[in-house]
Design a protein around this ligand. Structure first.
Ligand code: HEC
Length: 121
């Protein structure tokens, strides 16, 4: 019985990860607007107000071709532990001190919606 419950619970979790909810994407969008747009730009295209002073340009999160080469895990890691953890520039800060894993997951889902599921420009 308990085993059955556990199996159905983990199944539910798997389904939830496979289909990010609209709510999660929306939560990610709000976080993105708060913490990320100064560098990555309001549209997520890598042209935030900070870029004039930056040696390495922030990733264009709408670049589908490039973003498709990253797994969700890669994106999660880059956000949580910073650019250096994925062999990218240290100009990408680590957010593990400010954001919870749930918030970071929501950001990953939002990035996916930007690059890959939204209608392309
Ligand atoms: C201070 C500027 C700055 C801020 C703020 C910032 N980033 Fe970045 N980010 C960068 C730069 C620069 C890079 C590119 C690093 C490189 O290509 O070497 C980057 C890269 C990334 C990558 C890696 C993409 C790849 O190429 O795999 C992800 C994911 C990312 N940022 C997400 C975010 C998210 C989400 C936030 C907000 C929580 C955020 N960034 C805030 C500057 C910033």
């Amino acid at each position: 019985m308990i085993r059955k419950i556990i199996i159905s619970m983990s199944l539910l979790a798997a389904i939830q990860t496979a289909y990010a909810s609209e709510d999660e994407i929306e939560a990610g969008k709000i976080l993105y607007r708060t913490y990320c747009t100064q560098c990555h730009g309001i549209e997520g295209d890598g042209y935030g107000i900070n870029v004039a002073d930056m040696e390495v340009l922030p990733r264009d999160h709408t670049d589908r071709k490039e973003m498709m080469t990253r797994t969700d895990k890669d994106l999660f890691k880059a956000i949580k532990h910073g650019g250096k953890s994925v062999d990218k520039s240290v100009l990408m800060p680590n957010w593990d001190g400010n954001l919870s894993d749930d918030q970071i997951s929501a950001l990953v889902q939002y990035l996916r919606s930007l690059c890959c599921t939204q209608k392309q420009k």
